[in-house]
Design a binder for this molecule. Structure first.
Ligand SMILES: *Cc1c(COP(=O)(O)O)cnc(C)c1O
Length: 485
């Protein structure tokens, strides 16, 4: 056909929309989207016809212009345009709290509770027995108190928000004493000194990068009277001083200082705090609730840290606690109460979905055995070498069934906690190493990422590794499927 004939052969939008498949689709997705898709398909065809040489026009397959073909293409476009940008994938890196991959996966009960609570109305801010307004802050306060020994608790958006509201409430216009060895950057431009400035508190650094003694904190304390006097006798080189508002310890979550080092313990800070009537704040970060030293994790845990007498402690919900993104503040009632009244509390409050996931996750901690079994993060940390070797064998078998041409090998690996937690901990794990003929590891890695359910693997010395610690049992077949020829 000539180009003119082809152009004349293009169907009209209205004709295509009468196709049964598109009538049904319009009812489901709305007619605007379907009409737009038909218009786009026809416009695309017109543009490609206009681009043809006369010779190519003769060879053009005119069946693409038929009404049914255009309707089919439009339907495919509608479905393609509907694909969501946030979707699940499989983590085969062996890094448990992978920040890029959404940190902690939720336990099943947390997921079910989110659906149960958020599909309709809930008692988020309503006291049902009393028939009057309630507070969302009361939803998990008692449970957290029971589990941690804290007097009270408050939940905000994440630990960065928690740091901000703690400092703004306790430290605005005052000095907060922090060790130079703990002026942490967590990543993504979250630096303790910057947050401190934003909160209106003044950072008073003490000690050196590698050594800070308890006495360094004590000698940095300034009383209100001293601060006034300092203002009167301002030394032009000295600068302004303010009264001390709190002593703060920041857990070295994502780095370690080794060698000639010293740091003040929580107990020592609590003692100084008592002596000067100053609160002690501990940004503990990782949210570890149980003693996991039996699994190689020698990190402070929440109840043990609180038992030292800390006044305010804060941590993330989606690191080692294994729950939703949240910042949890626990401690003495008088401070938590002031934070709940702070104007920032409204800006940082969390949604019912977060409370639903958090409460169901926390409930597991009533029995540590249940927490270790049901909370994915803890379950992955505590998985034994034999369990993981057996899982790697099951994965290799599944891959062999799908693609017998691949060379597979079971190899021991070192997995990590990740998410800026316990950077020095290496968990002995197992992986399936995959070699696809002469193809490079990079090429196989790309193939895995392009699968229907993408699989993110680890590459080590040009070896493609599927680390089984972070692959759920019911994902093994899907990983194998991604390697189909
Ligand atoms: C992770 C971490 C933060 C930041 O927590 P987010 O929940 O990511 O906002 C702050 N402080 C410490 C010590 C941390 O480990």
């Amino acid at each position: 056909m000539t180009k003119k004939e082809l152009l004349r052969g293009l169907p009209k939008i209205d004709e295509v929309l009468k196709q049964e498949s598109l009538v049904v689709l319009s009812e489901e997705k709305g007619d605007l989207m379907v009409t737009e898709a038909v218009r786009a398909v026809i416009a695309g065809l017109r543009a490609s016809i206009l681009d043809l040489s006369d010779k190519k026009a003769e060879e053009f397959d005119a069946s693409a212009l038929e009404i049914e073909a255009v309707a089919e293409a439009a339907e495919a476009k509608v479905l393609r345009d509907e694909e969501l940008n946030l979707y699940p994938l499989i983590n085969a890196t062996g890094t448990i709290l992978h920040t890029n991959l959404g940190r902690a996966p939720l336990c099943r009960d947390a997921v079910e509770n989110v659906a149960r609570v958020s599909k309709g109305y809930s008692d988020l801010e309503y006291n049902v027995p009393k028939g009057k307004r309630g507070s969302r802050h009361d939803l998990v306060g008692d449970l957290i108190a029971e589990l941690t020994g804290a007097e009270d608790a408050m939940v905000v958006n994440n630990n960065a928000a928690a740091t901000m509201i703690v400092l703004a409430t306790i430290g605005a216009g005052k000095e907060i004493v922090v060790s130079r060895g703990e002026l942490v950057e967590i990543g993504g431009a979250f630096r303790i000194p910057d947050i401190m400035r934003q909160s209106g508190a003044y950072l008073q650094e003490v000690g050196t990068s590698n050594k800070t003694k308890a006495s360094d904190y004590e000698s940095a304390i300034i009383t209100k009277q001293q601060a006034e006097e300092a203002k009167l006798n301002m030394d032009p080189r000295g600068g302004m001083r303010f009264e001390t508002g709190a002593l703060m310890k920041v857990h070295k979550s994502n780095y370690d200082i080794v060698g000639f080092t010293e740091e003040a313990s929580l107990e020592e800070l609590v003692e100084i705090g008592r002596k000067y009537d100053l609160p002690v704040i501990f940004d503990m970060g990782n949210g570890l609730m149980l003693d996991m030293s039996a699994y190689g994790l020698n990190e402070p845990n929440i109840p043990a840290s609180l038992a030292t007498g800390i006044d305010v402690m804060l941590f993330s919900g989606d690191k080692l606690l294994g729950g939703p993104q949240a910042g949890i503040i626990v401690g003495k009632k008088k401070y938590i109460k002031a934070m709940k009244k702070h104007p920032l509390a409204r800006a940082m409050r969390v949604d019912k979905m977060t409370f639903a996931a958090l409460e169901a996750t926390l409930m597991k901690y009533r029995d540590p055995k249940v927490a270790l079994r049901d909370i994915p993060v803890l379950n992955m940390i505590s998985a034994s070498g034999e369990e993981m070797r057996a899982k790697a064998e099951r994965l290799a078998d599944a891959i062999k069934r799908v693609n017998p041409a691949l060379s597979l090998e079971l190899v021991p690996v070192e997995d990590q906690i990740g998410g800026g937690s316990a950077p020095m901990v290496r968990l002995p794990g197992w992986a399936v190493s995959v070699k696809d003929g002469m193809k490079s590891a990079d090429r196989t890695e790309r193939k895995l990422r392009k699968a229907e359910v993408p699989v993110v693997a680890r590459i080590n010395e040009d070896r493609l590794l599927l680390c089984v610690r972070t692959i759920a049992e019911d994902e093994l077949e899907t990983v194998a499927e991604a390697l189909r020829k």
